[in-house]
Design a protein around this ligand. Structure first.
Ligand SMILES: NC(=O)c1ccc[n+]([C@@H]2O[C@H](COP(=O)([O-])OP(=O)(O)OC[C@H]3O[C@@H](n4cnc5c(N)ncnc54)[C@H](O)[C@@H]3O)[C@@H](O)[C@H]2O)c1
Ligand SMILES: N[C@H](CO)Cc1c[nH]c[nH+]1
Ligand SMILES: [Zn+2]
Length: 413
């Protein structure tokens, strides 16, 4: 891993942009992805099968049978099963806590507007499987979709590794498909002879997967851009360099496209972290940077502009900034709060916005599987509302809109 030493004294936005430039941007795959999406959309199953054979690990037929998942669960290492069960319990508790009740709003003219939330009918969880299998992603996605009330939860995973199948059985996935990449996203968005289209596609993955989600968004709901991982550790005096270095190296395991960054105002800490990372990062293909800033506030400004997927705050002065953070996928506060806990068992969701999308996007939650609609009951408020609304409709040149309201002004007359 190439670990850059950077000094930032000025513009945090420019500094964040140069840190992002350490890994290639998503547009480089957009041409390939649009070709794949277009051919699966046009040719369906035959195109899908060609791409599965060309790009995915092919370990069996496209559809995984339910008994295969159950057998994988029965054969699962008991310690892994216990860990997944802890993850399921904690992720479910957090997901359920995020559910909101419907809200009735009574308005002065007498009408009511109910803010009603309903789950989508069918959702897919993309589970990465190119470089490493991610059974933990099955937990993050399926448990959250179930907590949201989705009727049918579908999982797709290239190669469908046995631990992924076991996690599907544990979480109660309804369908499992042995497919990945942009072609899987296109199949789930538009449907093929065997894959029925879904309403929402959520889940992390490589640039191919995230770019495909971006391209089909609008025809299907997506959670956002959850691509190659990143972590920014903002560390100040008192942080343990061994823990900081290990947390950077841990996320660097995600490989190509991953960015790991230390931001600190403590030159000695940076040197100590750098020595460990340099010694241990040989052969890793993530990008790294160790950034020196004049003070913790300047460090926070760089972090906010970078909008990391994971932000760790370590050391007294850094931890004191926790309430000021606005732009991070998930914030881990204190020396014990390693990102790796959030990846698996803490209860927070590990499917998080990357590439700086944490400026505006949120980590996966039940909201991504639910939609809100207003339910309007006018009743006796029609008269007052017609007197208010009809002139506005006429000002827009819509006479029949006005008439549609005015005709209700005197229901009995
Ligand atoms: N942001 C998050 O929440 C989060 C969570 C977990 C993992 N991740 C990220 O997910 C990613 C997982 O990536 P992965 O590659 O291991 O698995 P993946 O399943 O996302 O991608 C692999 C698939 O991409 C397709 N592909 C690969 N090369 C291709 C090519 N040249 N042309 C067309 N298609 C191609 C293939 O279908 C392959 O099966 C990592 O970058 C990791 O950091 C992110
Ligand atoms: N760090 C990843 C999210 O960027 C999640 C993960 C799963 N397994 C290991 N890590
Ligand atoms: Zn991770």
């Amino acid at each position: 891993m190439n670990v850059a030493r950077v000094q930032v004294d000025g513009d945090p936005v420019a500094a964040a942009a140069s840190l992002r430039a350490l890994a290639p941007p998503g547009v480089s795959v957009s041409g390939t992805v649009s070709e794949i999406v277009a051919s699966v959309r046009a040719r369906g199953e035959s195109a899908l099968m060609e791409y599965v054979e060309r790009f995915d690990r092919v370990d069996g037929p496209l559809r995984v049978e339910r008994h295969e998942c159950e057998e994988a669960l029965a054969a699962l290492d008991p310690a892994v099963r216990t860990g997944l069960e802890v993850a399921v319990r904690n992720v479910r508790a957090v997901a359920e806590a995020g559910m909101a009740d419907d809200l009735d709003v009574a308005l002065p003219e007498g009408q009511t507007v109910t803010l009603r939330e309903v789950p989508v009918r069918r959702a897919a969880i993309y589970t990465p499987g190119g470089r490493n299998p991610y059974p933990s992603t099955v937990v993050m996605g399926v448990v959250t979709a179930r907590a949201a009330g989705v009727d049918e939860v579908v999982v797709c995973a290239p190669g469908a590794h046995p631990v992924i199948l076991a996690a599907c059985a544990l979480c109660g996935a309804d369908e499992v498909w042995r497919m990945g990449g942009a072609h899987a996203v296109a199949a789930l968005a538009y449907g093929t002879d065997t894959v029925r289209r879904v309403d929402v596609i959520a889940g992390p993955g490589s640039l191919y997967v995230q770019e495909a989600k971006r391209q089909v968004a609008g025809d299907v709901g997506i959670d956002g851009f959850a691509g190659p991982s990143d972590v920014l550790v903002l560390a100040t005096a008192g942080a343990d360099p061994r823990l900081v270095a290990l947390d950077l190296l841990a996320q660097a395991e995600h490989g190509d496209g991953t960015i790991v960054v230390l931001v600190t105002d403590d030159a000695a800490l940076r040197e100590a972290v750098g020595a460990i990372v340099d010694a241990e990062a040989a052969g890793m293909d993530a990008a790294g940077a160790l950034v020196l800033v004049p003070d913790p506030a300047a460090g926070l400004a760089v972090a906010e502009a970078f909008a990391p997927e994971h932000l760790q705050l370590m050391g007294g002065a850094a931890e004191a900034l926790a309430t000021e953070v606005r732009s991070a996928g998930c914030v881990f506060v204190g020396s014990q709060s390693a990102t790796a806990f959030g990846d698996y068992v803490a209860g927070s969701n590990h499917t998080l916005p990357t590439g700086g999308a944490a400026r505006f996007a949120s980590g996966l939650s039940t909201r991504h599987f639910r939609r809100r609609m207003s339910v309007v009951r006018i009743g006796d408020a029609a008269g007052a509302l017609a007197r208010a609304g009809a002139p506005v409709a006429q000002a827009e040149g819509f006479d029949r809109h006005a008439a549609s309201m005015r005709v209700r002004e005197n229901p009995s007359g």
